[in-house]
Design a protein around this ligand. Sequence first.
Ligand SMILES: [Zn+2]
Length: 162
Amino acid sequence: MKCTNCSSPMSKTITRHHYKECGLRNVHLDGVALWKCYECGEDELDIHEIEMLHHIIATFLAEKTTRLKPEEIRFMRVHLGFSGSDFARAISVKPETVSRWENDPKHEMNLSNEKLLRLMILAKLGPFTDYQKLREFGKDSSKTSKRMSFKTTTSGWKSSAA
Ligand SMILES: [Zn+2]
């Protein structure tokens, strides 16, 4: 790979990466290729199968028992391919409401809407009929988020024990 900045050849290292670029603060990736240019200092992260990775992250969020944080709501909405206003239309709320959910921790998304968003993520790959599990979603009112770690394998992204 050549540097986009100065065209020098770049060298590759396999590294662990704190994936803040996804908008979440608690996602760590193992086995990611980092290309670095030693001429100008430019570096480029090479993340394969990003759609699959994002789907695994979104599914983690959809199934957690604690409430969703603003940045998690945004991540899930974007993963579904919605603009803020399209998402608002889809679930019959005002666009300002979606914006508050995603930016203002004081304006909490109500749990019914949260479950609707979670179900939209889970229904992306197939039918969801585990209604017993649905009760568990967000039942813990705290907004804590566990650290999420993933590693690349030959068959794609896998959750790796933190
Ligand atoms: Zn360079």
